[in-house]
Design a protein around this ligand. Structure first.
Ligand code: SF4
Ligand code: SF4
Length: 183
């Protein structure tokens, strides 16, 4: 086992950005930098300085939309989009509370797609509310749900639409996992 990784939760990301020269091209290229609490350049500096507390409190990586501009333009050719994704995954373990809702939302969304080949909004939201065990939460979404139903953006599903092609879907999900593990 890599002892550096055990001691420093940022070790893997640090390795990815260790040759950053702080030129700021990533920040200048990022369409979401204006909304981030730390610019991408500053975040990489914090990673290099092993400032794990500040990094995992930051919302910078959550606001990354994986557009790959920074990765394409970084003069050092650093895998910045992948590093942002890794920080998002790690933050759910290091500082789980702020991520609980979005993590469960994502989990229920992807499970619904996995079951049906597309999202079943009613089922997905019901399971999400159940998983959050918060009786107030559905009321927060009630007016949005009504608006979506009125605009026919959400419909009561016809059971025939949800016929599964479990094998085909599983093959696609397994292939994606395989590619992610290789990258
Ligand atoms: S573009 Fe690359 S080298 Fe420049 S600040 Fe960003 S990560 Fe560092
Ligand atoms: S991949 Fe993320 S961090 Fe990089 S430019 Fe796009 S939004 Fe910004």
């Amino acid at each position: 086992m890599n002892t550096t990784t055990t001691k420093n939760p940022l070790a893997q990301v640090k390795e990815m950005v260790q040759s950053c020269i702080q030129c700021g091209t990533c920040t200048a290229s990022c369409p979401n930098a204006f909304a981030m609490d730390h610019t991408p350049r500053k975040l990489w500096r914090m990673v290099q300085a092993d400032n794990a507390d500040a990094v995992f409190k930051s919302k910078t990586f959550i606001l990354c939309s994986s557009c790959y501009y920074c990765t394409l333009r970084c003069p050092r050719g650093l895998p910045l989009t992948r590093a942002m994704g890794l920080l998002t995954q790690m933050a759910q373990v290091q500082n789980p509370e702020p991520f609980k809702q979005s993590h469960r939302f994502y989990q229920e969304f992807i499970q619904s797609v996995r079951r049906h080949g597309r999202v079943n909004e009613i089922e997905f939201m019901s399971l999400f509310f159940l998983s959050m065990k918060n009786p107030i939460l559905p009321f927060k979404y009630a007016s949005l749900g009504i608006k979506l139903l009125q605009k026919k953006k959400v419909s009561i599903p016809n059971p025939n639409i949800w016929k599964k092609d479990q094998n085909g879907l599983e093959k696609i999900f397994n292939k994606v996992r395989e590619l992610e593990e290789q990258s």
